[in-house]
Write a protein that binds this ligand. Structure first.
Ligand code: RBF
Length: 380
């Protein structure tokens, strides 16, 4: 899925062209390498930031010249192939098109995670953004660090959990819930007599990398859901090591199929294409988190959850314009609040999943939505 960036600006690559970047980059490096002199540099930087005519608000006004509100959408990775990023960019650009006086700039920071903090620091230093919007569980710490240098910069980060910092608000999707119902469906399919289901009682989870939201909520939720169908089901969990290597994902998937896995899920960004290729090639099933993936392999992608990240992004921007963001707080939103759901209404589910599985899954989801399925979300 591509994204439409016609409304406002979009950028890729290193944000180093400006004078302010040239000044800040050495300082960031020094902060990392020399702890003793770091406070002195922070003090210099704050002085610089507060000098008349150099203040970030003034810089923003000069750049825009129209008093518009300016928002940076900072993408920690690449947009294409990463559903949560695609939905955030779509929502922000759509909202900007509908809203007078709002300027949205999208920046893709790429896959080198070691560069994210320096990139965000440089963007904030040069941009004078009223708000930085991002989506990633690892972003709050990075934002807090950048925020110490720019104390008036505000951040809203979705898909993350962090409270107590007056510059940051976070929204976390209750991914344990989504994992639980996708796991239940995976269990129903794996124990069925569908053509590619085997008798091994083994389902698979391919992850790009390990992080707390994944290892403490998504993986345990997935296997717990499957074991509500059959307690003997085992999980084969494997890690690619990056978010882009589709070849490696395909190899992992082939090995897992050899080991008896017949239903997969994954959190792997662009590398997910390798899993799709493997299930098409070998004959196996998959259920996916966050976005509608049925079209990727009709008949083999048997389930898609959805997170309402596009809608959430628009709500956040509307709230920000109204001054209604509670910075310092962390909200968790899930099925009960309407931000997580399952996509039933698609031929990929309706036309390909056997009627008895549809019925059992629908009954489970009915109870789940009504709050009749009991579970405990593990601590993060
Ligand atoms: N998800 C993606 O779809 N693409 C990515 O490139 C990506 N990079 C991530 C990097 C880090 C360090 C972390 C912690 C998560 C990343 N995620 C990525 C996961 C994403 O933010 C989200 O948590 C999951 O997709 C579950 O909704």
């Amino acid at each position: 899925m591509g994204y439409n960036n016609t409304a406002k600006s979009e950028e890729k690559g290193q944000p180093w062209p400006s004078l302010s970047s040239a000044i800040f980059f050495p300082i960031i490096v020094i902060m990392r390498t020399n702890v003793k002199i770091a406070p002195l540099f922070v003090a210099c930087m704050l002085l610089f930031a507060l000098l008349p005519g150099c203040r970030r608000g003034d810089a923003a006004a000069a750049r825009r010249g129209d008093g518009a509100v300016s928002v940076l959408v900072f993408i920690p990775g690449v947009v294409a192939g990463s559903p949560t990023y695609e939905m955030m960019v779509e929502g922000a650009l759509e909202f900007a098109r509908e809203t007078e006086g709002l300027e949205v700039r999208v920046f893709e920071a790429g896959h080198n995670q070691a560069m994210w903090e320096e990139q965000l620091m440089a963007m904030v230093a040069e941009g004078g953004y009223d708000l930085v919007l991002s989506s990633n569980p690892a972003l709050p710490e990075i934002a807090a660090s950048v925020g110490r240098v720019f104390p008036s910069q505000k951040f809203v980060i979705t898909d993350a959990h962090y409270s107590g910092n007056p510059q940051i608000m976070t929204y976390m999707f209750n991914q344990f819930e989504q994992a639980l119902f996708l796991g239940y469906l995976a269990g129903l399919v794996s124990t069925s007599n569908m053509p590619h289901a085997n008798s091994a009682r083994r389902i698979g989870f391919i992850a790009a990398q390990e992080f707390p939201l994944l290892t403490r909520h998504m993986v345990p939720g997935f296997i717990e859901g499957a074991r509500r169908v059959d307690p003997s089901i085992e999980l084969d969990f494997r890690v690619i090591g990056n978010w882009f290597d589709a070849g490696a994902a395909s190899e992992l998937a082939q090995g897992m199929i050899n080991a008896g896995v017949d239903v997969f899920t994954s959190i792997a960004g662009g590398a997910t294409q390798g899993l799709i290729h493997a299930i098409r090639d070998r004959g196996a099933y998959a259920v996916f988190f966050n976005t509608n993936e049925y079209d990727q392999a009709p008949g083999l992608v048997v389930g898609s959850g959805i997170v309402r990240q596009r809608e959430l992004t628009k709500e956040i921007l509307a709230n920000f314009l109204e001054g209604n963001i509670q910075f310092g707080t962390a909200r968790t939103i899930g099925a009960g609040e309407g931000y997580i759901d399952f996509i039933f209404d698609d031929p990929g589910f309706r036309d390909h999943v056997p009627a008895d599985i549809q019925e059992r899954f629908e009954a489970f989801m009915y109870d789940f939505r009504a709050g009749h399925v009991e579970f405990t979300v593990p601590p993060l």
